[in-house]
Design a protein around this ligand. Structure first.
Ligand code: ATP
Length: 474
């Protein structure tokens, strides 16, 4: 897939990495591209991840300012950086605002670079994602932290339920998410849903709304990535008659229309810079100003936002205001990719086949242990949406389509089945064409969407929307 394993992008904004100092060290690995993907061994002696508990860990500053400062985990993650919003704030100009995240996952403790300026060097090797062991040294600019396991465990809040709204999952990762969603539903906090495409962010937002006290009021969705910047402000806040050319009528925006309910801002990472202070005002003062109006008016809505990128990296790059991130991330819920929770596959396959109205007898081949085992080996870059598309394709062919041959099959002329409704068949053929066209287009342009849009003769926003719909990452 184009774009994967790309080297870190250079900051694009003049505000990017503001105040941060580049750091070079002769003694440690630098920009060697191969070194970025090295995986280091972790401590095998003891299982680091259990059903509802996770091993506690400590980070200690062993080099740089404030040597000896220590931080101990209370859950399974720790974000480290110079911004006060981090779990562990390390105040140094060579440390990025959100520098890295340490997480105890099913494969042990890992560190992930959040697009920092000076990178993360683990035991002498620069990594974008690397596995840690007790005693590992993490260099962030001129600061060195030591990672150690503590003797105790932390309990993780897990839901007893294996579904929330339309979402299903029995894995620890999903039950952890469900616990947070249940908490979000019972309070009026702003929620930031994070996760790759197709991990269920939109469905999670709707389910939180439906389980909240606001359930009888509207749930309005605004996709910040699909609406051109000049129209987005009016979409969100409305406009007065005559506010701009073409504003023939006064228009109520999403925040007013959703009074008493929830506004779901999808792809919040795409919110243009000029609208960020306006959204901040909504969150701080609970008031909006229509385009072309001089007065503010109060609004009563809950905001849920979603993003497929790590907004902390956007803050580092100067593209997203840190104060807005602070207001949005009151409750952050990261939805795990499907490849990290293969144990959810049987439940997902059952649920999807049922929702597609599949006949149990005719689809017995799609429920066998063999079939499920094959699904476990796929990467699912488009996550549950891709799984759903794949199962739909199996239903069309009435057999378990070989995963490895998916592309080959989709290249063959599509079967025509006159016993199926015209609209359904046409949609499948068009979907299939769109997927293959988009993949080839992106490959031709090495993932550069702006260039690809010119060749395709379509608006960039429309191209982004199509890519998202098919779970294809540029
Ligand atoms: N845990 C889950 N259980 C059941 N269905 C799921 C789950 N996660 C996702 N889905 C299904 O996958 C599809 C995509 O979900 P959704 O649109 O909520 O993803 P998303 O993260 O918002 O994607 P995008 O970022 O591309 O907008 C939907 O059909 C949804 O019902």
């Amino acid at each position: 897939m184009p774009g994967l394993d790309r080297p870190r992008a250079a900051p694009v904004s003049p505000d990017a990495n503001k105040g941060e100092t580049p750091w070079t060290s002769d003694s440690e690995a630098g920009g060697d591209e191969e070194a970025l993907h090295v995986t280091l061994p972790y401590e095998h002696g003891r299982k680091p991840y259990d059903a509802s508990t996770v091993r506690r860990f400590r980070l200690t500053v062993v080099e740089g300012p404030a040597v000896g400062t220590q931080w101990e985990s209370t859950a399974d993650t720790c974000s480290v950086g110079s911004h006060p919003l981090n779990d562990f704030t390390v105040d140094d100009s060579t440390v990025s605002r959100f520098h890295c995240e340490v997480r105890i996952g099913p494969k042990g403790p890992q560190v992930k670079d959040l697009d920092s300026l000076n990178g993360v060097i683990v035991d002498g090797v620069q990594v974008l994602e690397g596995v840690l062991r007790s005693g590992s040294l993490l260099r962030l600019g001129r600061v060195v932290l030591r990672f150690d396991f503590s003797a105790e465990n932390n309990r993780l809040p897990l839901s007893e339920n294996t579904r929330f709204g339309t979402l299903v999952g029995a894995s620890v990762a999903m039950r952890g998410c469900f616990a947070m969603m249940e908490r979000a539903a019972s309070r009026d906090v702003t929620v930031l849903l994070e996760g790759e495409t197709g991990t269920g962010k939109s469905q999670a937002a709707l389910a939180i709304h439906q389980a909240s006290r606001r359930r009888d009021a509207p749930f309005l969705v605004v996709d910040c990535g699909a609406i051109p910047a000049h129209l987005l402000e009016s979409e969100l806040f409305g406009h007065e008659k005559g506010a701009f050319t073409g504003a023939l009528q006064r228009r109520v925006g999403a925040f007013e229309e959703a009074t008493g309910g929830t506004v779901f801002l999808d792809e919040i990472g795409e919110l243009p810079a000029e609208l960020q202070p306006k959204l901040l005002r909504v969150l701080e003062n609970r008031e909006i100003r229509r385009v072309g109006s001089n007065t503010h008016q109060p609004v009563d809505v809950r905001l849920i936002a979603a993003t497929h990128r790590d907004v902390r990296a956007e803050v580092n790059a100067g593209r997203f205001r840190s104060d807005l991130f602070f207001r949005l991330a009151v409750l952050r819920i990261p939805l795990p990719p499907l490849r990290q929770r293969p144990e959810d596959l049987p439940m997902l396959v059952e649920g999807i086949l049922d929702s597609l109205g599949a006949d149990r007898e005719r689809t017995a081949a799609l429920r066998t242990p063999d079939f499920l085992a094959r699904l476990r080996h796929a990467a699912w870059p488009g996550n549950v949406r891709e799984l759903r598309n794949y199962l739909e394709r199996c239903l069309v062919f009435e057999e378990a389509v070989e995963l490895a041959e998916e592309e080959v099959l989709s290249g063959a002329p599509p079967e025509v089945d006159p016993s199926q409704p015209y609209a359904d068949q046409r949609r499948r053929v068009v979907d299939d064409f769109e997927r293959r066209y988009l993949r080839a287009l992106l490959e031709k342009h090495q993932g550069k969407v702006a260039q690809a849009a010119v060749t395709a003769g379509m608006d960039r926003v429309h191209l982004y929307r199509l890519l998202r719909r098919h779970g294809i990452k540029p």
